[in-house]
Write a protein that binds this ligand. Structure first.
Ligand code: BTN
Length: 249
């Protein structure tokens, strides 16, 4: 059975739409949501994006061979640490499917998965009235050209030496997002998981808080999802919404 049917049969998605090319799966998901007025679990997958969206003002380079998708998850309550939850889910799925990744597979606060010092996956979360729009980009099998190298990206195929099955990986991720949702009620489980696999611990980092730039040593993720930085003289400061730059690993 193909993965679209399996997602629907197993009640993990209400509709799966596959495209060859889109501007962005985030934009298409929002268009469909507005058009249908529906808050059902839509899944939009595309082979390439010509205007992929990253965090903040960033663009997301989305060549053929990568896994680019957005998923509408109806959740009336607000979960400020949803991105960390998703990071822990993706890390767990990749570790289960490809145990050889485990020693170097890390979660970069708040929204990336790294392999060594290179980016493997990015996560974007947006909120509507009663649902979340989740965007996930994984460098599964794209050719790592100059553009990806400049972005310090790495692909699963480059690491593993074989092509990854998109359908199966996508199925496993959507299933894991849904079956572990109860963890959102008490964040401690997935936050301790993120801490156990956190990228850049004890490294010199810079965190851009808009009002100021924090510089110090990365400590850990606090129970509320914020990042703790040791800024000297036994002082630890917290960052909630910020971009993290790991200076020296
Ligand atoms: C980041 O900046 O790290 C988040 C990147 C999220 C990229 C994914 S790819 C699928 C979905 N569609 C988009 O346009 N962006 C997200």
């Amino acid at each position: 059975m193909d993965y679209c049917k399996q997602l629907i049969t197993n009640d993990l998605a209400d509709k799966v739409l596959e495209y060859k090319e889109l501007d962005s799966t985030m934009l298409e998901l929002e268009r469909l949501r507005q058009l249908t007025g529906s808050e059902s679990r839509l899944l939009v997958v595309t082979k390439t994006q010509i205007a992929g969206i990253g965090r903040g003002e960033n663009k997301w380079y989305s060549p053929a061979g990568g896994l680019w998708f957005s998923y509408l998850l109806p959740l009336p309550e607000l979960y400020p640490s949803l991105t960390l939850y998703l990071g822990s889910v993706i890390h767990r799925v990749l570790s289960e499917l490809f145990p050889q990744l485990i020693p170097d597979l890390k979660i970069k606060w708040t929204n990336d998965i790294y392999f060594g010092n290179r980016k493997l996956c990015g996560i974007l979360v947006r909120r509507n009235e009663s649902s979340y729009q989740i965007g996930i980009g994984i460098n599964t099998n794209p050719i790592v050209d100059n553009a990806l190298e400049t972005l310090c990206a790495i692909s699963l195929q480059e690491i593993l030496g074989f092509e990854v099955d998109h359908g199966y990986l996508l199925y496993k991720i959507i299933k894991a997002i849904n079956t572990n949702l109860h963890e959102l009620e008490s964040q401690s489980n997935f936050i301790s998981y993120c801490n156990a696999h956190l990228y850049g611990v004890a490294c010199e980092v810079e965190v851009n808080l808009d009002t100021k730039i924090l510089r110090g040593k990365l400590s850990d993720i606090d129970s509320d999802g914020s990042l703790r930085i040791e800024t000297g003289n036994n002082t630890r400061e917290k960052a909630y919404f910020a971009s993290l730059n790991v200076l020296f690993t």
